[in-house]
Design a binder for this molecule. Sequence first.
Ligand code: LFR
Length: 494
Amino acid sequence: AGDSVFAAVDLGATSGRVMTGRVGPGTLVLTEAHRFANTPVQLPDGLRWDVLALYQGMLEGLRAAGRGGQVASIGIDTWAVDYGLLDADGALLGAPFHYRDGRNSGMSERLPDGCGAAELYAVSGLQHLPFNTVFQLLAHRASAQWEAARTLLLMPDLLVHWLTGSVGAEITNASTTGLLDARGGCWSDELIGRLGLARSLFPPLREPGDPAGTLLAHVAEATGLPAGTPVTTVASHDTASAVVAVPATESDFAYVSCGTWSLAGLELDAPVLSEESRAANFTNERGVDGTVRYLRNIMGMWLLEECRRAWDRRGPATGLAGLLAAAAAAEPFAAVIDPDDETFLAPGDMPSRIDAYLLRTGQTPPGTPGGYVRCVLESLALAHRRTLRRAAELAGREPKRIHLVGGGSRNELLCQWTADASGMPVTAGPAEATALGNILLQARAHGLVGDLAGLRRLVARTQELRHYEPRGNRQDWDRAENRLSPGPVTRKGS
Ligand code: LFR
């Protein structure tokens, strides 16, 4: 009683959810109000998000949240980089493209003079991913819609706009466009100009904690919430929200936000924009309170989810628990892949693509589901170790612990193998870090919680966490790593 209730809308690549969080002194209780599928749609001209279904799911979720108590505020986060274009009347021009759509491939090789990869990195500090907003825009520019476009809204900003009518660009997510100046924290007029994009497409920036308006009358009616209910700007990039809720109690930690993607890295005070950092493809995405999320995208649980979709198409549905038990019993280190191989990016038959990778690299395809799952999880554990080591070298840091947050933290094999491979203790959880981060920033805007360290202590005190100590023989992992990249493994301090 007396605690405030906040609603977090958290949309992931495969499902969306609305969670409520009850926050009070020493209390942080998360409840799921509604969960719905996020099913992309292949149209003749590309792979699109079903944004109307997402909007509808969000409204239903808010209605369910309202039944649980008075909602003090609403915050929205989603995956990054994707956007909708609005015309001069504010109407959405077509369903937003999915970042896994193939139309972007090759765009990065067609950059105008003065905007090569090195120039882009020097300004934005963004890792090269074929689907960065900037490359999507260069592809989109060839369409008839483009002529009519007046405003670009990233996914969470679009949904905020539909709830409140307000227009803005939340800064943590804006940092994934490739058009934000990493040092100055402002849109890079320079880059936008050199790429020949209209500066007026990009709305004013908002910081997490800023008010984003109140519900429009028809939204209030559809959700049953009072018309004055405020929407609060949160760290609208889901990964930024997840990093807020890392339950770290010491400062020298590394994190892996593990869901569809594994985002592995460090929290820094300033960007690392060196040529070495660019060559290693580390990103400097913006965190809250001026922090930098210095990390790399690793293909993540997508590999496993996409294997399961392929198996389910062929036969009876495969339960995750059974697959994990089979993986635990399968032969160790029988096959390793580089999860970041670009052939794994698009939707499609994942087991066949893993086979092709293994044959190409002189290895033997697993042949059983348990074997594939073992291959994927061991390969992800290795990628976690490789990425975190490199981040530490490039940033001159020595993390002592890995915090693994997000849905992947429920996967005990992945947590244990990440500890074993890296030789570092792993703290796993919370699984709903993104929704917690969303709620905590709303609570902070309402004066309920303190600085980032204080938010994290509250998460550590209230959420269920599991600890994994490194076990087994690290040389097994070194040998597996060497199969990926022939030549000696360089390990700091050995
Ligand atoms: C994770 C994530 C990553 C981003 C990818 C695509 O959900 O937001 O941070 O690189 O999705 O948007």
